[in-house]
Design a protein around this ligand. Structure first.
Ligand code: FAD
Ligand code: UDP
Length: 367
């Protein structure tokens, strides 16, 4: 057994990146996760029919941070991949985010780029200040496009109206006057060539890192087995750490319905198709687009939003953030514990942002 200095709870991006940084600096680290695998929600695996899938929903890596990209590049080779999404409205699949082609198809127009910009200018409803996700969308594309593409998707995804969510949620989606139909425009849009699980195995493969899976920290704490570490890094839900003493922080969950289609080489034209107005699921993703895998069949996933279940999304609303701040104040008083990651910081972080936050947390710890 290694002499262990730091306990890290959670083997997702947050926990794994901190673990590696500390290990490289000579610290002995124990990483635990209650799940039977490393990688957190970004975990991937081969399904029963031999297709590489993401059990916790589609994960597409994109970043503008050279530092994050270079850090991860130590642990994986990459495959270029630009994600494309269609949104099915009235039975027709339109490019999404809304761009010039979307407008021309939907309204039977032949706008050029300047014409599309003028169209948005004409239909937008100016909102001042822009506080909610409804404000964001109405002030950029107006009511008709809002109702067709955003309102019902958001109600399904969050169980809330866009007016009840902070601006940052819908602001994730750009609006374009040109023909660019990529979901992201980041400098680096790549997928780990051997998959996320292989990348995480490399991150955690270090003589100073020990990993124990199927271990729940809360059980460990009850047994007193968490004592004796100089420092602890927690990447789970912050309210769970404090026994929900101020009340539960709301998280949105999902149910994933995975399906394999034998002898279907291609199910849909692009990686993800959104269904804003029909069905109980929000979107269908076909993994072979993301991974580039060749296979005679294909595997897809439908995402059904729900209130109960594993916490996947913090819910960006002012009252939730006020509740989070009460936990954050307690967290700041815990000098021997660092809270980092999407659930521990209650932030709607993408993977690259979690890596950035974890690198910052590790360098703070090492100072
Ligand atoms: P997690 O990955 O949640 O890791 C936390 C770990 O802590 C978990 O493994 C959990 O089991 C463990 N844990 C919690 N509590 C305990 C405990 N008490 N004891 C032991 N272990 C515990 N980001 C992108 O950049 N691109 C995408 O395309 C993308 N798609 C997404 C799709 C979906 C459906 C979801 C839900 C998220 C998506 N994300 C995407 C976001 C991405 O998943 C997160 O930013 C990232 O994985 C968060 O890493 P983390 O380490 O903070 O948290
Ligand atoms: N959204 C929408 N219609 C869509 C896609 C997204 O209204 O077709 C809104 C919705 O509120 C969603 C948010 O934009 O939660 C962010 O979408 P994104 O695809 O970034 O969500 P994620 O991949 O994180 O689930």
């Amino acid at each position: 057994m290694l002499p262990r200095e730091t306990l890290i709870i959670g083997a997702g991006f947050a926990g794994s990146v901190v673990a590696r940084e500390l290990a490289d600096a000579g610290r002995k680290v124990l990483v635990i996760d209650r799940r039977p695998h490393i990688g957190g929600n970004a975990h991937d695996e081969i399904d029963a029919r031999g297709v590489l899938i993401h059990p916790y929903g589609p994960h597409i890596f994109h970043t503008n941070s050279q530092r994050v990209f270079h850090w991860l590049s130590r642990f994986t080779a990459w495959r270029p991949y630009e994600h494309r999404v269609r949104s099915v409205v009235g039975g027709v699949a339109y490019p999404f985010p809304i761009n010039r082609t979307t407008l021309n198809m939907l309204y039977g127009l032949q706008l050029d780029e300047a014409g599309a910009a003028a169209f948005f200018e004409r239909v937008r409803e100016i909102r001042d200040p822009v506080r909610s996700s409804e404000d964001v969308v109405l002030s950029s594309v107006g009511r008709d496009l809002y109702e067709k593409f955003f309102l019902h998707y958001t109600r399904k995804q969050w169980g809330l109206d866009p007016a009840e969510l902070k601006a940052g949620v819908a602001a994730r989606i750009p609006v374009r006057s040109n023909d660019d139909d990529r979901y992201f425009t980041d400098t680096w849009q790549v997928m780990p060539r051997e998959g996320f699980a292989a990348m995480f195995a490399n991150v955690l493969d270090h003589p100073n890192i020990q990993v124990e899976l199927g271990v729940d920290f809360l059980d460990m704490r009850r047994r007193g087995a968490d004592r004796g570490f100089a420092h602890t890094v927690f990447t789970g839900p912050i309210d769970a750490w404090f026994g929900h003493c101020h009340g539960r922080l709301p998280y949105r969950s999902l149910r994933f319905e995975h399906q394999h289609l034998p002898d279907v080489a291609r199910f849909q034209e692009t990686g993800t198709w959104n269904y804003p107005n029909d069905h109980a699921f929000t979107r269908i993703t076909e993994f072979k687009h993301l991974t580039g895998q060749q296979h005679t069949g294909t595997s897809i996933v439908r995402e059904y939003p729900q209130a109960e279940g594993d916490p996947y999304y913090p819910i960006p609303r002012a009252d939730n953030e006020a509740l989070y701040r009460r936990y954050q104040e307690m967290a700041e008083r815990e000098t021997a514990v660092t809270f980092v990651g999407r659930l521990a910081q209650y932030r709607y972080y993408n993977m690259d942002q979690v890596v950035g936050a974890a690198l910052a947390a590790a360098s703070h710890l090492l100072r």
